[in-house]
Ligand binder design. Structure first.
Ligand code: IDC
Length: 526
């Protein structure tokens, strides 16, 4: 009897241990899975396995809450989008126009592919899932499009097979015919990118943190200067107003590329522009992608020193000053967004206590860059500046070399306080059609800044059109717009303000100025 009991007890103990071990295993592996999912969202996934886990868990969430598009769902999508962007190579898809045709719903899509990795890629393929199996592809451009079993495959056409490091293929477009209205809603917003047949999973290096810089103490401001009289500026409707709430107009000059004409960043030059021309603002144009650009082969330390010097001189002279992130060849501000984030974090920390500094966050988006991309960029950069500088004026560039203010007016940035939008014109090229964009946007209540213009052709050279220039200025003055004329240099081109035969770096006489220079001086003075 005794022995039997002992055996029974022993068996029971073994069973308890086995159950405990099993439970432990189940709990443990569940915990592990949750951790992986969490990690996928917050840090870069580095192996194919991790990405698969992430996809499965995402699909599960999608199915669970099919009907409810709650805040949580939205968050889930943005978090996924972030994860996708952490891959060195990623694609973005956006649905554009949609219409009915022969009983089908046609949706037009745009896809952009970015290669942020350190190497050139070729043999790429983008896959987008979630298409109904009965959907059909219509017209397409800039890509070879195939739809098979609900997955859309995009491969290169002959001219866009190779994508350089930091390069992109933008403007891939196609139309899809859906049998039922609403079928398009299942299309994935996060395409997968394959390179050489492999899912591209090379992780981006972790984002660099902005350098902590000491806020600079503003220098003493000269008496009787524009800044002393008008102080901190802000927006009231579409108008810039001064510290007393009175309408104010900024009138001034843009430097040429800081890297190319650094000698004009000197205090006497700015003083001449203030005292002899009547300018109250200087724009410091720092190219990001041309030769010597901040994000290409430029010396960042030297460029930042030029910005610093420019800001100091302008501030001592009681002038306002724009720090211009001069994108041009880098057509889409998203291309160098990481650098822009670091730059504006640093600048806004440094100049947090200056009340005369204005930030222009992307000179001229172009090359088909859509407003939605510029807005995405602006909605990321503006909060970075605002963290340090709560109320400085900020200027946002607009598509088509800062002409499409009418498009921006339909969908302004998320935090519009003290934000203006750039319109740029070159009077001999841009006439009524751009002026009417300006009026449309202004009528819609959009605050606008003419942060760059000249009176010659869009090349910055060619003939001057004084009549068109007059029409522009009638409108500028009627709408109380602020402006900066391009460019402070003696380069042999029509837009340069100093005559190409003049070597003086300040104290110019009328004869030292180019035709454009003479015109602009007169215009500002009046
Ligand atoms: C031009 C300069 C020219 C320089 C060129 C570089 O005038 O000397 O070689 O850039 O690409 C803009 C741009 C501005 C251009 C200017 C004239 O913002 O950088 O400057 N322009 O082409 N938009 C419309 C015209």
């Amino acid at each position: 009897m005794e022995k039997k009991n002992k055996i029974l007890m022993g068996a029971l103990a073994v069973a308890v241990i086995i159950i405990a071990l099993l439970l432990g295993y189940i709990i443990g592996s569940k915990g592990k899975k949750d951790d992986t999912a969490k990690q996928d969202v917050t840090t870069e996934a580095s192996t194919t396995d991790e990405k698969t886990t992430e996809k499965t868990s995402e699909k599960a969430t999608e199915n669970d809450s099919e009907e409810k598009t709650t805040e949580a769902d939205k968050k889930d999508t943005t978090e996924k989008a972030k994860t996708v962007e952490q891959y060195a190579c990623y694609a973005k898809i956006s649905a554009g126009d949609s219409w009915e045709n022969e009983g089908k719903t046609v949706v037009q899509y745009n896809v952009d592919l970015f290669n942020k990795s350190k190497s050139k890629i070729s043999d790429w393929e983008i896959q987008v899932d979630g298409f109904p199996t009965d959907a059909k592809v219509g017209d397409s451009w800039n890509g070879t499009i195939k739809l098979k079993d609900g997955v859309l495959h995009i491969t290169a056409v002959d001219y866009n097979k190779d994508i350089e490091s930091k390069g992109s293929v933008t403007g891939i477009g196609f139309q899809v015919y859906f049998k039922n209205k609403g079928d398009a809603s299942s299309v994935s917003k996060n395409p997968d990118v394959y390179v050489g047949g492999e899912l591209y999973t090379e992780a981006m290096p972790e984002k660099e943190k902005p350098k902590d810089v000491e806020p600079s103490e503003p220098p003493k401001v000269e008496k009787g200067t524009p800044f002393e009289n008008h102080g901190k500026l802000s927006l009231k409707g579409t108008d810039i107003v001064d510290k007393n709430g009175e309408k104010y107009q900024l009138k001034g000059i843009s430097t040429h590329g800081l890297a190319w004409f650094p000698e004009y960043v000197n205090k006497d030059a700015f003083k001449t522009l203030r005292d002899d021309w009547g300018a109250n603002i200087i724009r410091l144009a720092m190219y990001t992608a041309e030769s010597g650009g901040y994000c290409t082969d430029g010396n960042q330390t030297n460029l930042k020193k030029l910005v610093d010097d420019g800001v100091s001189y302008a501030t001592e002279l009681g002038m306002y000053v724009i720090i211009d992130w001069h994108i041009l060849h880098d057509t889409n501000p998203l291309d160098n967004q990481d650098e822009a984030e670091l730059f504006f974090a640093e600048m806004s920390q440094k100049y947090a206590d200056y009340e005369n500094v204005i930030y222009e966050i992307c000179n001229e988006p172009n090359g088909g860059t859509e407003w939605s991309d510029v807005k995405t960029y602006a909605d990321d950069i503006i909060p970075i500046i605002r963290k340090n500088d709560k109320d400085a004026l900020i200027i946002v560039g607009t598509p088509t070399w800062s002409q499409d203010v009418d498009i921006a007016a339909k969908d302004p940035v998320d935090n519009p306080e003290n934000v203006l939008y750039a319109i740029h014109f070159y009077a001999a090229t841009h006439k009524d059609n751009i002026r009417s964009k300006l009026e449309t946007a202004h009528d819609a209540g959009l605050p606008i800044f003419v942060s760059e213009f000249s009176i010659c052709e869009a090349s910055g050279n060619g003939t001057i059109d004084y009549d068109s220039a007059d029409e522009w200025f009638d409108l500028i003055n009627k709408l109380n717009l602020s402006y900066c004329g391009w460019n402070l240099s003696n380069k042999d081109e029509a837009s340069s303000l100093i005559d190409s035969g003049c070597d003086k770096k300040s104290g110019w006489s009328e004869d030292d100025l180019s035709e454009t220079g003479q015109w602009l001086r007169k215009t500002i003075k009046n």
